[in-house]
Design a binder for this molecule. Structure first.
Ligand code: ZN
Length: 495
């Protein structure tokens, strides 16, 4: 027993030593480099293995979309894998002629669809014509050539994501492939060709069906956000509404691309076994040739203060579940830091309060989850709580149990030990994430994009350490109230 105790102490000490060793030099290790066109890069040399992670963030997401164009940021992310005039085609000059004809048909079809005439004679004729043109274009397309250029050169974790806040492209490659990465990434940021647009639009429609319409979680989540926000762009789903995806055109996508994919609205990170001076030269050579453009317009809206409890119901033949959202401010407000600890104490890990109560003790929940920044962090957001019922238990039981825990947090300050554990867990999670090249690149670019400066990462650690039990109680009292709350319940019953 004593031996075990000693081992735990030793491991904790070693862990903190390791954490300090990694965390302290970040200040000196991260080099910020701005290209002449305004695109920023963060460079970190780490020579443990002959690999590097390349991470690109475009400061555009679902939150930037105009009404009627939901899903366009995500659609663009898909299209950024289709190649350029030089990659993905056998003869671009010939292909381009067909692409133009496809677009004429696509635009007219979108018009008809918007008018509810997608089944008209004209639309039927155009759809047949579109198919023929696509077959013609197919003769010129070299499928997946862009992605293959990465994978055959040893890429791992090669992927992209779109959120309400950001569009991200990332990959890990051998160090010797840095120039290749810079070439391919910069090409897709400035010269993407939207070939196979209308086929890809069908792929995205299918993705929506899988991730939202046929998913209890997805459906309930979309409902909660739409009910929670009145004006914030956070009320619409990143994937877009089916009707709006169905009328997107490559022409609109091109406009969106030129407006948002400008150097001042993008940034990147290169982390790993790199020569810093050489890397700067390569970045300037490839990304530096992206033509500069004006900063895209800021998103403007006024979200009115919620006055009463809002409730929504989703009918779905699936395991019943409840989602709760409480409005809260985003970073850099101090309350936002405090909510990270609230999240930890309530939901993260097996000893967290909701987990222990709903899953271990009462055995009424199968899953419990929270998030302190839903669905993004560029604007004021939600503290999100989710639970799914176990066996015959009901959302009402889950709701009561969750409310009980929230009341407890309001009426009693958390213990010092519990707070310390939560704080250490946040720091440990962060430590493990930034231990990998990709994780560090992801974290640095995230804070640089969202908070305006990657140093927020260090500030976050400092502030987290100063939060008191009293502050947690005060935040719970202030925000966990009915007129700040939206509840969405999913079950199979008629409402
Ligand atoms: Zn997708």
């Amino acid at each position: 027993m004593q031996k075990k105790f000693f081992l735990i102490i030793l491991l904790t000490v070693l862990f903190w030593v390791a954490l300090k060793a990694r965390a302290e030099p970040l200040e000196e290790k991260v080099i910020r480099y701005t290209l002449k066109n305004g695109m920023k890069f963060l460079l970190v040399k780490r020579s443990e293995a002959p690999v590097f992670a390349g991470y690109i963030r475009v400061k555009v997401g679902g939150a930037d979309e105009k009404e009627g164009q939901s899903g366009i940021a995500h659609m663009l992310e898909h299209m950024a894998f289709k190649g350029t005039p030089r990659i993905g085609t056998k003869n671009f000059a010939q292909e381009k002629k067909i692409l133009d004809q496809i677009e004429t048909v696509g635009v007219r079809l979108a018009e008809l669809t918007r008018q509810g005439l997608e089944k008209s004679e004209e639309a039927t004729r155009l759809k047949a014509q579109l198919k023929q043109l696509q077959q013609l274009e197919d003769r010129y397309i070299v499928k997946e050539e862009f992605s293959r250029a990465f994978t055959k050169n040893g890429a791992s974790e090669f992927n992209a994501t779109t959120s309400k806040d950001l569009t991200s492209y990332f990959v890990e490659l051998p160090s010797s492939k840095l120039e290749l990465w810079a070439y391919l990434e910069s090409e897709r940021l400035k010269n993407s060709v939207f070939r196979e647009f209308y086929q890809e639009r069908d792929v995205v429609m299918e993705e929506r069906r899988t991730r939202v319409d046929n998913s209890p979680f997805g459906k309930n989540y979309e409902t909660l956000l739409a009910a929670s926000f009145a004006a914030s762009p956070y009320r619409t789903p990143t994937i877009g509404y089916e009707k709006e995806i169905a009328t997107l055109t490559a022409t609109e996508l091109q406009k969106f691309y030129k407006k948002y994919y400008v150097p001042k609205n993008m940034l990147g990170a290169v982390v790993g076994d790199i020569d810093v001076d050489q890397t700067k030269k390569i970045l300037e050579q490839y990304f530096g040739s992206i033509p500069s453009g004006p900063l895209p317009p800021a998103v403007e809206f006024h979200e009115p203060k919620q006055e009463t409890l809002k409730q929504a119901n989703v009918r779905f033949d699936a395991r019943p579940q409840i989602m709760i959202g409480f409005h809260k401010p985003t970073l850099p407000q101090r309350d936002d830091f405090i909510f990270d600890l609230v999240d930890q104490i309530l939901c993260e890990g097996r000893t967290s309060r909701l987990h222990e109560n709903l899953i271990e003790k009462q055995k009424i929940a199968q899953t419990v989850d929270c998030d302190s920044g839903t669905p993004g962090s560029r604007f004021d957001n939600l503290f999100f709580i989710y639970a799914s019922a176990l066996g015959k238990h009901t959302p009402a039981e889950l709701q009561r149990a969750i409310e009980g825990e929230l009341e407890k947090m309001k009426s009693q300050p958390v213990g010092e030990d519990e707070l310390k554990r939560a704080r250490n867990q946040i720091l440990a999670d962060r430590f493990f994430r930034i231990d990998s090249n990709l994780g560090l690149a992801e974290t640095l670019t995230y804070f640089e994009a969202i908070a305006g400066d990657w140093h927020y990462l260090l500030k976050h650690e400092e502030v987290i350490k100063t939060v008191t039990p009293k502050e947690i109680q005060a935040v719970a009292k202030k925000y966990f109230v009915n007129n700040n709350q939206t509840i969405s319940i999913l079950d199979a019953s008629e409402k």
